[in-house]
Design a protein around this ligand. Structure first.
Ligand code: F6R
Length: 613
């Protein structure tokens, strides 16, 4: 959460920073600010509550000259969204400035000590405490900016990615990270600093991913990276695979819609080079080294948050079904704080789109300390989670910019399906004929997803009927249950309609009390092993006058007789239902949210990358 951009070089910094902040706005969008520095005018700061576009309007007429600067787009933790809590924050004498992503956990103690020394604060943020601490150290120990930052960070507990500037050293940026992402782009006589590579890609493909506890001293033609222990580290420059068009809307009204429509491609990319249907083989290069260990495991623990946790629930069904290994699916935030029993025999699978989720990272560290083998299923290449796991498989969905996860979910489910079949092959729990059959059907899924997308106009017409709903229930059985949870999460996060997902049979144990003629109930009702049972659940809803929107198999007649509205999906193997049935639910949420006038790409209060616990 929070996006940071820094630039030092020969171009106008303002334009690069504004463009970069817009790319990072998915990380937080409650306020934005920019600080520029130049020899004659010194340090100037412009900041405003609201989006980056509000900052642009506010600063329309200001002098934007300067080739050194930094900017921030905020997702509030300490202090409400407001002009004064926006970053950058300045020191007491306004000669130093900082932007920060993360949380300074011991800010209260530090603040008290600084107040006792006469420091006065202008905001409610933890970040401002850090710039005063740097100021204090610089003044009392007569150090340059780099050293003052390095010493100050030794006193800080928490997570940070920071950039600091000083009026006294107008040709330097100091950047540092601990448990928050930071990338440095290496140009020709210029450097770019950002929370991810998206603000950098159009200027250079050469990047350095800063590691935890590293501090960078950046001038336009000089870069020195040291550890907090002051020892120089040799940076590893790598080439980005990201392409600029991946970061643009490509003719769609929103990133979310573009990403929904990308799913046939993203699922295909995710399987490319990994499945060999004729041979019944699954090739997961990242897991090969652990193949022997995976043959003899007693248990798998899956840790994740939000939508990724829903993908984990799908994996539980598939791994237990095909590989016959017991699976436990845990919220990372609960797992890390409850002294879980983990042994060296356990395999932990951590699932994360961003690869930066703070709770998932902490849960990984805990499981690692106890000797478990950790596998990662992540989307963002080079992010923190894949770097902290022993092995894993990327989802290859490409950048997901809409805050609500869509293509990342189906890509996660695809990789987890492959992992379940990989395990089944290694453990001998699924014969070759079955694997050939399953992989042949799996290869067809992208085409079936394309067919699901053809229902878009029909789904829009249903959305028009339900756009004013205040509550909504989603029901499903088997792998339809995580689909119901995911459908409910999508609807609530982008349309602000209260929605709950339940196993269809659980409805009788409480939620049924909510059903009346006002209550839309979305039921996942494909023709599979639980079809008859789901039909009974639909009857129960109809008997109480609930409005049923059913996701049914193409050609279905039974459910159509009872449901108020149906959306058809193509017939497919029950195991692959989540990859197909999720698509109409994404479109339904999308259209309802748009009809309600909501910003689907940047829903209120949310951020794409949850780097605070
Ligand atoms: C929902 C959504 C969130 C994320 C969750 C975990 O649409 O996007 O629930 O799934 O914050 O994020 P990652 O997968 O990045 O660890």
């Amino acid at each position: 959460m929070c996006g940071i951009v820094g630039y030092i070089g020969h171009r106008p910094a303002w334009d690069i920073i504004v463009k970069g902040l817009k790319r990072l706005e998915y990380r937080g969008y409650d306020s934005a600010g920019i600080a520029l520095i130049n020899q004659e005018k010194g340090l100037r700061t412009y900041k405003k509550a609201g989006k980056v576009s509000d900052l642009e309007a506010f600063a329309a007429d200001v002098d934007k000259a300067g080739s050194i600067g930094m900017g921030h787009t905020r997702w509030a933790t300490h202090g409400a969204p407001s002009d004064r809590n926006s970053h950058p924050h300045s020191s007491g004498d306004r000669r130093l400035s900082i932007i920060h992503n993360g949380i300074i956990e011991n800010y209260a103690i530090l603040k008290e000590a600084l107040q006792a020394k006469g420091h006065e604060f202008r905001s409610d943020t933890d970040t401002e405490v850090l710039i005063h601490l740097i100021e204090e150290i610089q003044a009392s120990e007569k150090l340059d900016l780099f050293e003052s930052v390095r010493i100050a960070l030794k006193e800080v507990v928490g997570a940070y990615a920071i950039v600091v500037m000083s009026e006294d050293e107008p040709d330097v940026l100091v950047a540092a990270r601990k448990a928050s992402p930071m990338v440095i782009g290496v140009g020709d006589g210029e450097y770019f600093i950002a929370s991810d590579a998206s603000p950098i890609i159009e200027y250079t493909k050469n990047v350095i991913y800063l590691k935890d506890n590293q501090i960078a001293y950046v001038k336009k033609d000089e870069l020195v990276i040291k550890g907090t222990d002051n020892i120089v580290d040799t940076p590893y420059i790598q080439e980005l695979e990201l392409k600029l068009e991946m970061l643009e809307k490509g003719g769609f009204d929103s990133f979310m819609l573009k990403e929904i429509y990308e799913q046939p491609r993203s699922i295909r990319d995710c399987m490319r080079g990994r499945i060999y249907p004729k041979e019944g083989k699954i090739q997961l290069g990242g897991l090969n080294e652990y193949a022997d260990k995976l043959k003899n495991i007693d248990r798998i623990i899956i840790i994740a948050c939000g939508t990724s946790w829903h993908a984990g629930l799908v994996a539980e069904y598939l791994i237990e079904e095909y590989a016959r290994v017991p699976v436990e699916v845990e919220y990372a935030s609960e797992f890390r704080y409850r002294n879980p029993i983990i042994t060296e025999k356990d395999v932990v699978i951590a699932i994360s789109q961003s690869g930066e989720t703070a709770d998932t990272l902490a849960a990984i560290e805990l499981a690692k300390e106890k000797g478990a083998t950790i596998l990662g299923v992540c989307n963002v290449v080079g992010s923190s989670i894949p770097r902290s796991t022993h092995a894993g498989a990327y989802t290859h969905a490409g950048p997901e910019i809409g805050v609500a996860s869509t293509k990342a979910f189906t890509a996660q489910v695809t990789v987890l399906t492959l992992i379940s079949l990989f395990l089944a092959e290694k453990r001998g729990t699924l014969g070759q004929t079955q694997r050939v059959q399953l992989l042949t059907e799996l290869e067809e899924i992208p085409a079936l997803v394309e067919k699901c997308l053809e229902a878009n106009e029909h789904i829009l017409s249903i959305a028009e009927k339900f756009k004013d709903a205040t509550n909504c229930l989603f029901l499903g059985r088997g792998t339809g249950f995580p689909v119901a949870l995911e459908g409910a999460l999508k609807l609530k996060e982008i349309s602000y309609i209260h929605a709950e997902g339940y196993p269809a049979a659980e409805m009788k144990h409480g939620p049924i009390a909510l059903i009346d003629e006002e209550m839309p109930v979305v039921v996942i009702a494909p023709q599979n092993s639980s079809y008859e049972k789901v039909i009974s659940n639909i009857q129960e809803v109809k008997a109480r006058k609930g409005q049923v929107i059913a996701i049914v198999t193409e050609g279905d007649k039974e459910v159509k007789k009872m449901a108020d509205y149906t959306i058809e999906i193509p017939a497919a193997n029950e195991a692959f239902l989540p990859l197909i049935a999720t698509i109409p639910l994404q479109l339904l949420s999308y259209h309802i949210a748009v009809l309600r006038g909501c910003n689907v790409d940047q829903p209120r209060n949310l951020a794409k990358s949850v780097t605070v616990e």
